[in-house]
Ligand binder design. Sequence first.
Ligand code: FES
Ligand code: FES
Length: 167
Amino acid sequence: MSQRQIARFTVNGKAHEAAVEPRTTLADCLRHDLKLTGTHVGCEHGVCGACTVIADGEAVRSCLMFAVQADGMDITTVEGLSNDDDLTPLQKSFRKHHALQCGFCTPGFLMAVYAYLTDERPAGELTDEEIREAISGNLCRCTGYQQIVDAIALAAQRMGAQHLGSK
Ligand code: FES
Ligand code: FES
């Protein structure tokens, strides 16, 4: 059995320490060690985007990252999107446009879109093509994507200068 190593990182603003095997993925560490089951695991090889979290400001696939690689990083999961009991503008936009059915893909979409709208978003109005490009790394088997695109367009409008994580 492999020797466990200690990974220390911040998740949703709180310091965590986990004793993990070197091969433990960040996704498994978040779900099993930290009990943050909002991060979903689908394909487990970097294709579906369901496991997307934000690490030091960048959207990453937590199934492709070892927990020990996250040592010292600042991680945000879907549980950390809202800072209290209310939903963020992005989440409200998904609800308004019914941008989910089974919801399995939704945490990954929210995190990828969060990173896009807060960090990588081009100036000016977003086109549907730009939105579809931004979510091209996330797969949904239920919605047909149009509601997701509509929700992101609304979120982008609602945010304006407003930060996504605030009310
Ligand atoms: S579970 Fe990580 S990309 Fe599919
Ligand atoms: S809502 Fe079911 S996979 Fe996207």
